[in-house]
Design a protein around this ligand. Structure first.
Ligand SMILES: NC(=O)c1ccc[n+]([C@@H]2O[C@H](COP(=O)([O-])OP(=O)(O)OC[C@H]3O[C@@H](n4cnc5c(N)ncnc54)[C@H](O)[C@@H]3O)[C@@H](O)[C@H]2O)c1
Length: 287
């Protein structure tokens, strides 16, 4: 998008952390914002702070695990502001644990918020963004865990965050001929309230019990992480530049390179495998 002033943004997980950082950056740029979150109390508090500075914001309690809730939010956003231009699929949670420790409800909740919530957002909002004929943008918050293995205990989070990276890549290819840009944000450590994620677990997904949000000892990394307001500014800059991948920690390129090295090793091994060589398979050492 070349100009965002007067444009309307819808942000999920807007009551806290990076979603609130985005709302602040967008408000400073003259955008109107529908702030959506499952936590009504924090949402009101966050919106009050922005309204006090003269921002044109409204709030909606929305649970991204519920398809209807997201579709209703899309209708309510257009009813309130007359249109919608920017979607930020940002709400995200986690429950950490190994395959043996996690319940089916743990898996279902993580996938419902982090992956299906993003699909509901895109499916509900894309027709409305297209309908106004203006420039638009769809930004999804993934994670560095959307590009590299975060280690033991991270399987559902890793799976959901990998999924939304490739969902965004496909979306970008589908919107190539339109004025709607696509970005995916892959943060490293950011100092947010994500360690409180279990509080936002809808009762139909049971309870996280004593399972941690962050497996291992990464909590300290989050506390020392980047200011979420900086991430909000990065997202705004990315939207204005129509930049696809947005990273908060450029040093983490090394982790992506190491993953690619492991994938390349797999290709080399396979090209020399007896099965492919003996069959003279195309691309193998025997072809
Ligand atoms: N903090 C980090 O270091 C980090 C790193 C990589 C990616 N992320 C991702 O960043 C995004 C934002 O998280 P954050 O770190 O700002 O955490 P946060 O907990 O501060 O904010 C997340 C917000 O999402 C809301 N939310 C939770 N479940 C919801 C639901 N079902 N429907 C609607 N809203 C819901 C919460 O109430 C909260 O306000 C998430 O997608 C997260 O996975 C965070």
């Amino acid at each position: 998008m070349k100009d965002v002033a007067g444009k309307v943004a819808f942000i999920t997980g807007a009551a806290s952390g990076m979603g609130l950082g985005m709302a602040r950056a967008f408000a400073d740029a003259g955008m109107k914002i529908m702030m959506a979150d499952i936590d009504a109390g924090k949402l009101d508090e966050a919106a009050a702070g922005l309204k006090a500075k003269g921002a044109d914001v409204a709030t909606l309690v929305c649970d991204v695990t519920k398809r209807e809730s997201v579709y209703d939010a899309a209708d309510a956003t257009v009813a309130h502001f007359g249109k919608v231009n920017v979607l930020c699929n940002n709400a995200g949670i986690n429950v950490g644990g190994t395959y043996e420790e996690l319940s089916q409800q743990d898996w279902d909740w993580v996938i419902a918020v982090n992956q299906l919530g993003v699909q509901y957002g895109i499916s509900a909002f894309l027709p409305k963004i297209k309908a106004n004929g203006e420039e638009g943008h769809i930004m999804t918050t993934s994670s560095m865990a959307g590009l590299v293995n975060a280690g033991p205990g991270w399987a559902p989070y890793n799976a959901s965050k990998f999924a939304v990276v490739v969902m965004s890549e496909v979306l970008k290819s589908e919107l190539k001929e339109t004025p709607i840009g696509v970005s995916v944000l892959c943060p490293g450590a950011v100092a947010t309230n994500i360690v409180e994620a279990a509080k936002h677990r809808p009762s139909d997904y049971g309870s996280s019990g004593d399972k941690p949000v962050i497996p291992g000892d990464a909590n300290i990394l989050l506390e020392q992480g980047l200011d979420p307001d900086v991430v909000g500014k990065l997202v705004l800059e990315g939207i204005l530049a129509d930049q696809f991948f947005l990273f908060t920690d450029p040093r983490m390129v090394k982790q992506v390179e190491r993953r690619f090295d492991r994938i390349r090793q797999g290709f080399d091994w396979s090209a020399n495998s007896h099965a492919l060589v003996d069959a003279g398979a195309p691309g193998s050492a025997g072809s």
